[in-house]
Write a protein that binds this ligand. Structure first.
Ligand SMILES: [Zn+2]
Length: 177
């Protein structure tokens, strides 16, 4: 074998090696979670939980089939943690980036579930409270006087309440908060 034959042979071997590495990398980064179309990956965990919590309460919800989309970005209105754009052709959740970065996992869940309550369960706001001033629902607007108590202890109650009511939102309404 002379030199002119050796160099192309080496080049081919190197090329194959590189391609093998790329395939291995692709396999490694395959996510184990289901993929939601046009949804920020940071929201996937909460979207999946929402489907699972609905399922345990007898509601079959597939957010991909529902074409629910979601993003995390700056919301210009003050003190607004999330919004739902809801209508015939849109079900879009936005969570404010500043709120997201400063919130616990439970608080993030609270806001994502609240917005999915509008966008997917088609729920309107529910402002009622218990005698001690605690909000009866995570669908409260935040503009009334009740206090939130969404914690590990009360979570099951609030999710039971969330999924117990569907479809009292007017069609085409956009909901802030
Ligand atoms: Zn709301």
């Amino acid at each position: 074998m002379n030199v002119s034959n050796v160099i192309p042979f080496l080049a081919v071997v190197l090329l194959i090696s590189c391609q093998t590495d790329i395939f291995q990398e692709l396999e490694k980064v395959q996510p184990s979670e289901p993929q939601y179309n046009k949804v920020d990956e940071r929201l996937w965990l909460y979207f999946e939980r929402f489907e699972n919590e609905a399922d345990t309460r007898g509601l079959s919800i597939d957010l991909n089939t529902h074409n629910t989309t979601g993003e995390i970005e700056q919301i210009s209105e003050d003190d607004v943690a999330g919004t739902c754009q809801y209508g015939t052709h849109i079900n879009h959740v936005t969570v404010d980036i500043k709120f997201w970065n400063n919130s616990s996992e439970l608080l993030r869940e609270f806001v994502v579930f609240h917005e999915l309550g509008h966008c997917v369960l088609e729920r309107d706001h529910e402002e009622s409270s218990f005698d001690n001033g605690i909000c009866r629902s995570i669908m409260r607007s935040g503009l009334e006087e009740c206090y939130d108590a969404y914690n590990a202890q009360n979570r099951t109650y609030y999710l039971d309440e969330l999924f117990s009511t569907v479809g009292n939102l007017s069609d085409g309404e956009s909901v802030i908060l």
